[in-house]
Design a protein around this ligand. Structure first.
Ligand code: PEP
Ligand code: MN
Length: 353
C-alpha cells in the first residue's frame, strides 16, 4: 500500500538525498519508489503502515517541499496526487492537449498481407491519426482462431518507419513484453482480458519505469466498479511508469445487438477522479463499423482525450475483428473532423481546489 508521496523542492532528488530518504524509510520497513513525471519526480513511500514519526522526519529534511498523505486507494492516480500535472506523451504529442488524440489501425495484422497494413497506415496518416495500432499477438476467445505471430511485429515496425508514427501493440505476457520493448513499441496495450492480471501490470510498470513507453490499459470486461479500473492503472504507476491511458472498451453482459455494453459514459467520472487521459475504444464497445462514428462522437462529448479505433483499407479482407468492426480511412477522416468539432464543447472536470 502507498502511504504517502514526497515532493522535493527541486525537480528531482540527488542520489545522496534519495539515499537519505531511503534510509529513513528503511528504518520504518518502508521503501521509496521514484516516479518520473514530465516536470518533476515524486517519491512514493511504499509500506504497510502509517508511521507518524517517519513522516515527521521526512518533512524535516531541508530539500523536501511536502510529504502528502492521500486517503484514496489509488494514491498516484488520484487527481489530488502529486502527479496531477503529469501529461502522457506518445511520440511528439501530449495526449489530450490541443485536440483529440487518435489511435487507429487494424485489429489484427495479417502476416500474409503486409501491404494491407502498410496501405492502412499511410491512409490513416492522411486522415489525421496520431498513432497506429496493430494486433500482433491476439487474445482470442476461441483457441482455434488465429492467435497471432511475432513475425507480424516486423510489419508494424515497417509501418512505423514509413509513416514516422508511434505504434501501439497489445502484449499478453512477459515474453511478448520483452519482445515489444526491444522492438521499440511506443504504446503497450493491455487488453481487457489482462486488465486484472496484477502480475503482468506490475511487470509492465517495472520494465517501463523511467522510460517514454506509454501504456493503454483497457477496462476489464467484467470490471463494473470504475475504482477497480483506476486501481489496476495504479499498479502500473506504482511500479514506476506514470504514462498510463485509461481505455473504456465496453463491458459484459453485452447490450442486445452490441458486442458489449458501451461504457464511454464513465469518462467524466474517470476525469473527475484521476489525472490520467481517457482514450475510449468505441470499436470493441459497439462491435459494428456502422455504429462506430456515433460512439466516437459520444465519447468525445463525454470528455475523452482520445479514441482508439479499428480501421482498415479494406475491412472485408481483414482478419480478427476487422471484417465486422473496422471503419475505412474515409470514415476515419470524417470521425476526426466531427470529433474536432465536438472537442471545445466536451465535458471537462472542474479544476482541483
Ligand atoms: C483489440 O484491441 O483488438 C482487443 C483484443 O481489445 P480488447 O482487449 O478490448 O478486447
Ligand atoms: Mn480487435
Amino acid at each position: 500500500m502507498l502511504d504517502g508521496m514526497i515532493i522535493p523542492k527541486a525537480g528531482k532528488l540527488t542520489p545522496e538525498q534519495l539515499e537519505e530518504v531511503e534510509r529513513i524509510a528503511g528504518e520504518f520497513d518502508c521503501s521509496i519508489l521514484e516516479i518520473v513525471g514530465r516536470n518533476r519526480c515524486v517519491y512514493a513511500i511504499l509500506g504497510d503502515e502509517n508511521r507518524e514519526l517517519m513522516f515527521t522526519r521526512l518533512r524535516g529534511l531541508d530539500f523536501v517541499s511536502r510529504v502528502d498523505l492521500i486517503e484514496s486507494s489509488y494514491k498516484s492516480m488520484d487527481r489530488k496526487s502529486a502527479l496531477a500535472e503529469h501529461k502522457v506523451k506518445v511520440g511528439d504529442t501530449f495526449v489530450g492537449e490541443g485536440g483529440p488524440f487518435f489511435i487507429g489501425g487494424h485489429c489484427t495484422v495479417d502476416p500474409a498481407e503486409p501491404n494491407l497494413y502498410l496501405e492502412t497506415a499511410s491512409a490513416l496518416k492522411e486522415a489525421g491519426v496520431d498513432a497506429l495500432r496493430g494486433g500482433v499477438w491476439k487474445p482470442r476467445t476461441n483457441p482455434y482462431s488465429y492467435q497471432g505471430v511475432s513475425k507480424a511485429l516486423e510489419i508494424v515496425l515497417e509501418a512505423k518507419t514509413r509513416t514516422g508514427l508511434p505504434v501501439d501493440v497489445e502484449v499478453m505476457d512477459a515474453e511478448q513484453l520483452t519482445i515489444a520493448l526491444d522492438a521499440g513499441i511506443d504504446v503497450l496495450q493491455i487488453g481487457t482480458r489482462n486488465a486484472l492480471n496484477y502480475s503482468l501490470l506490475k511487470e509492465v510498470g517495472k520494465h517501463t519505469a523511467g522510460s517514454t513507453t506509454a501504456v493503454l490499459l483497457k477496462r476489464g470486461r467484467h470490471m463494473a466498479p470504475p475504482n477497480e479500473f483506476i486501481a489496476a492503472a495504479e499498479y502500473i504507476v506504482a511500479a514506476g511508469n506514470p504514462n498510463v491511458m485509461l481505455c473504456p472498451r465496453g463491458t459484459m453482459p453485452a447490450l442486445d445487438g452490441y458486442r458489449n455494453q458501451p461504457d464511454e459514459s464513465i469518462t467524466p467520472l474517470l476525469k473527475n477522479r484521476t489525472w490520467a487521459p481517457v482514450v475510449v475504444d468505441p470499436s470493441h464497445s459497439v462491435g459494428l463499423a456502422d455504429y462506430v462514428p456515433a460512439a466516437c462522437m459520444a465519447a468525445m462529448a463525454y470528455g475523452a482525450d482520445g479514441l482508439c479505433i479499428e480501421a482498415h483499407v479494406d475491412p472485408a479482407r481483414g482478419i480478427g475483428d476487422d471484417p465486422k468492426q473496422a471503419v475505412t480511412p474515409a470514415a476515419f477522416s470524417e470521425i476526426v473532423a466531427a470529433c474536432r468539432e465536438i472537442w471545445p464543447r466536451r465535458f471537462q472536470a472542474d479544476p482541483v481546489r
